[in-house]
Design a binder for this molecule. Sequence first.
Ligand code: 4NP
Length: 157
Amino acid sequence: MIKTNVLFVCLGNICRSPVAEALFREKILKSGLIGISCDSAGTNGLHNGEQPDIRSIKVCEENGIFLNHISRQVTSEDFENFDLILALDHTNLTLLQRMQPESSNAEIHLLRKWDTVLEDLNVKDPYYGNQQDFVEMFEVIDRACAGLVNSLASGQK
Ligand code: 4NP
């Protein structure tokens, strides 16, 4: 299989995208697919160097997922180093599309393109919400990552 590097991108890289990265990695491991790697980053550098939000850590822990990530901002090199860049919502999709250098061949999509429930393609920003918002965020990301892994397993993107 051709190597696929996947980057998950939200705003702060402390709530949504670290969860997407960890869930995707877990599903790739379970699927037995090889040659796929992933990371996450934020379009906004406000939380650079921070651990994930405690509420993301909690919902992951409750579901047996270990979060191990330090927040970082998207760089121009990311557009060369990753071939699939997945935004957690439309705002970040637009920011990424504006940032993409001409030399980059990376494909940029919404993560929820692979969700089976398509009423709203944003993974809602839970930062100003409560733990229940993080539970719902986890469920949406879990479903979309499962769809993504299925499509990678069947040789599609
Ligand atoms: P994330 O959530 O983009 O899912 O990491 C946010 C984290 C921080 C802020 C907003 C959203 N903030 O405004 O600081």
